[in-house]
Design a protein around this ligand. Structure first.
Ligand code: SF4
Length: 335
């Protein structure tokens, strides 16, 4: 299959007063045109750095190695002019907090016109037509009315739809969404995720969805990349990963999800004990070893490579064939 984005051996580190902070420690992954790819992990796992890589926005002091090809061109080596063309027109980001991304002091329509003007020189009437069409596309009712409103007059769900429309103004091939449903209630979240599926179907846009929430990812994505400590822990089709995770970290994340069928009075699932390895230290062995119930001496001798589980499924765990489908008996009695 052809890939839209091909990332190979990507490492990103930032010099800080406390030493070098390792944000990504050697990530390789491809993004297939037309897919909805979920990137999931705890904060500090590197998922946001990966998103900023796609936008060529790692910051001037980042120490970067590896390649990130977009349509054959390396994003990591583009100059400012190339990056300006790429952002918005080829890759667009929907920011984490729409309320903050919108200028509270300007009407919605003015902000949309301003973004559109960066990408296309259209007459006033053509610009309005283009904006109205996109607002309809994201199912905002009464687009012309919305354009006259102030951002604070819109609900959280409407603001989220608005920033998605804004990101689509340049006609990007790749849309990156960073925690797009944080703070939205379950019904509104479901509607936003349905919208993403619709945009992929109707516009053919490829979508990368970044979230710490496995349920959000499970609901919306075709394929999943589970990140841990700046590395890919597991990757594969969403259905395969949720049916049978092969990395103990993915298994642990799934076990943390509260289940509706949990018997009354049963304890809530505990978060994963232990913490991420320090981002300031180099890793000698498996990054998950200090929290892993399956760890053994071989695990701390060398970092495990991504091992092939099946055609498109891989896990960075030397014991992947032994990881149980269901929470282990010990964990089940402990809860
Ligand atoms: Fe656990 Fe070892 Fe697998 Fe790492 S390689 S996840 S420590 S079993």
């Amino acid at each position: 299959t052809s890939v839209l984005v091909d990332i190979q051996g990507l490492t990103v580190a930032y010099p800080t007063g406390d030493g070098l902070l390792h944000a990504l420690r050697g990530v390789s992954l491809g993004i297939v045109p037309g897919e909805i790819l979920g990137i999931v992990g705890e904060s500090g796992c590197g998922k946001t750095t990966l998103a900023y890589t796609l936008l060529g926005d790692l910051g001037g002091n980042a120490e970067v190695a590896g390649t990130a090809l977009f349509g054959g061109r390396d994003i990591l080596r583009m100059d400012e002019a190339e990056l300006r063309t790429m952002r918005g027109r080829h890759v667009a980001m929907v920011p984490q907090n729409p309320g903050e991304a919108l200028n509270p002091a300007r009407r919605v329509g003015e902000q949309l016109r301003e973004v559109l003007a960066v990408h296309a020189s259209l007459s006033g009437r053509d610009a309005t037509a283009r904006i109205v069409a996109l607002l309809e596309k994201v199912h905002l009712p009464d687009p012309e009315g919305i354009m006259r409103r102030w951002p604070h007059e819109l609900s959280g769900g409407q603001q989220q739809r608005l920033v998605i429309a804004m990101a689509l103004l340049g006609g990007p091939e790749l849309l990156v969404l960073d925690e797009p449903t944080t703070g939205l209630d379950v019904t509104v979240e479901a509607a936003v995720l349905d919208l993403l599926a619709e945009l992929r179907r109707d516009l053919g846009v490829t979508i990368v969805l970044i979230s710490h929430n496995l349920l959000t990812i499970a609901r919306a994505c075709d394929r999943v990349v589970v990140m841990y400590a700046g590395l890919v822990a597991e990757t594969g089709p969403a259905a395969a990963i949720f049916a049978q995770p092969r990395h103990p970290y993915t298994r642990a994340l799934l076990d943390c999800i509260p289940r509706i069928d949990r018997p009354r009075g049963a304890a809530e699932p505990a978060p994963i004990p232990g913490s991420l390895p320090s981002p300031f230290e180099a890793l000698a062995g498996c990054s998950f070893a200090n929290r892993c119930p399956y760890a053994m001496p071989a695990c701390i001798q060398a970092p495990p490579p991504l091992l092939r589980v099946s055609d498109r499924h891989a896990a960075a765990c030397i014991r992947w064939p032994e990881i149980p489908r269901e929470p282990s008996a010990a964990e089940a009695t402990a809860s």
